[in-house]
Design a protein. Structure first.
Lengths: 87, 148
């Protein structure tokens, strides 16, 4: 556990095959302040059922695609984006 | 007319989109329709659920259309993508574009659908004749391989 001063909780949205795999459409993840997108992905991939989530999935922060080194803040909307299949 | 980019949960009306982009300036009007087909990778398909990260899908679609306006020099672009449960032959996406000249109109129409497929967070779950349902992964990784 992190102490309250240095940790934050972010909510991660899951969709389609990722939501089915983890059995939920959103997860709360506790992370240190200044955590990155890659840290969030690693935390999600530690959960049961996450085998189908690749090491470097598409991720959006506040509805925009973001790279693994993007630093996130409490309150950001984080989403793991399965391979898109519109059209 | 101002460009249109919308996610809808009702049947798409292609004529309404054509009417938006057909103007006296446009010598070329192109309509692309994507529809649910009855076979995918050899399996009989009976329908598709389309799901989206709706806030982001709406903003990505709008961004594509706005980029198209800048790149191709026409504001006559109208795109609708349907969400929800569709049957075979239902229209899932419609792209109507108008431009003074056909070369640019064809290029713009093609560019919009390719960008949509590349970056708009929409997913489809196919329903098969044998009663099973699977999320489609265009990157080629099947559920059978991915779920361990």
């Amino acid at each position: 556990m992190y102490d309250a001063e240095s940790s934050m909780t972010v909510t991660v949205l899951l969709f389609a095959s990722y939501a089915d795999a983890l059995g939920t459409a959103s997860l709360d993840v506790e992370l240190p302040h200044r955590a990155t997108v890659a840290d969030i992905v690693a935390a999600v991939r530690a959960r049961a059922g996450s085998a189908r989530i690749p090491a470097v999935p598409l991720v959006a922060v506040n509805c925009q695609y973001a790279g693994g080194d993007r630093v996130v803040q409490e309150g950001d909307e984080i989403a793991l984006i399965p391979p898109v299949a519109g059209g | 007319m101002t460009p249109l980019a919308e996610l809808v949960r009702r049947p798409i009306d292609p004529l309404a989109l054509i009417q938006r982009v057909a103007t006296p300036a446009n010598g070329a009007v192109i309509l692309f329709l994507g529809a649910v087909r009855q076979v995918n990778e050899g399996r009989a398909v009976t329908g598709i659920d389309y799901a989206a990260y709706e806030g982001m899908a709406a903003s990505e679609l709008e961004s594509i259309v706005n980029d198209g306006v800048t790149r191709f020099g026409t504001s006559d672009i109208a795109v609708e993508h349907r969400l929800g449960e569709l049957a075979v032959e239902d229209i899932s996406v419609a792209i109507a574009v108008g431009h003074p000249h056909r070369d640019a109109a064809y290029a713009l129409s093609r560019w919009v659908i390719e960008e949509l497929k590349r970056r708009v967070p929409i997913w489809k779950r196919e329903h098969y004749a044998d009663g099973t349902r699977e999320w489609v992964d265009p990157t080629g990784r099947s559920d059978a391989q991915a779920v361990t």
